[in-house]
Design a protein around this ligand. Sequence first.
Ligand code: PXL
Length: 269
Amino acid sequence: MKDKPARLLIIGGSDSGGGAGIQADIKTATAFGVYAMTAVTAVTVQDTVRVHSIHPVPASVIRDQITCVLEDIGADAIKIGMLGSREVVEAAADVLAGRTSIPIVLDPVLASTSGALFLNADAIDLMTTRLFPLAVLVTPNLPELEQLSALHAADDAEIIIAAGRLRAGGTRAVLVKGGHAECANVRDILVSDDGTQIFEASRIETHPAHGTGCTLSTAIACALARHMSLSDAIRQARGFVRSALETSLHLGAGYRPLNHMLNIPDAGI
Ligand code: PXL
């Protein structure tokens, strides 16, 4: 291990159940040998079944967490997940606007897998106008793409048009995650300055899981922190999510947590 590892700042919400949110992000960064720092935006009371309650952290505290870790430790990439409110979007945009040399991966989390709403309508608009232009990559799933673009996205052509609408707002690249489509193959579509690239793999038939979106965007951010190209970063991250999903953990009565420990030889009981 190098004494100065790649550094990732994660801005997002805590999932007490450990399967999604900041907990999934830290586990992912650790699996990739990347040093994780956090600016916690909200504390959720959550298990594998559902989100029981959401407790926002004051916007000034989020601003201060970001500023102090960036000033003391610095970051090679930033991943943004759950923001929770308009004030938090504003605080994050204010501090990050002056630091555009750090690659930012933005997972536009609108709701949890179990359906709890994480961002209301006025905050969504602010996120697209203020944070999207700062991101090197935005990673919506299909329902998020449709909501953010206000367009139907039922096939590849429509997905590419809707992703183009998000790019017109200033974001450099959009990776649309196809997991919500009912197809035998999962197709993720990257739309960037280099054109369109499709990443395809057979669907894994598993018990329903959660934390896949958090894990994917964090794994991409870790690879960018190590200066990997965007398409190589996506390829590597998809491989990790796939293996972690194939070995998802039999914990709790609801959505299974991914196995972020898959590369640790003696993990388990
Ligand atoms: O997967 C999106 C997500 C992000 N952040 C938190 C979450 C979830 C999903 O449950 O709980 C805190």
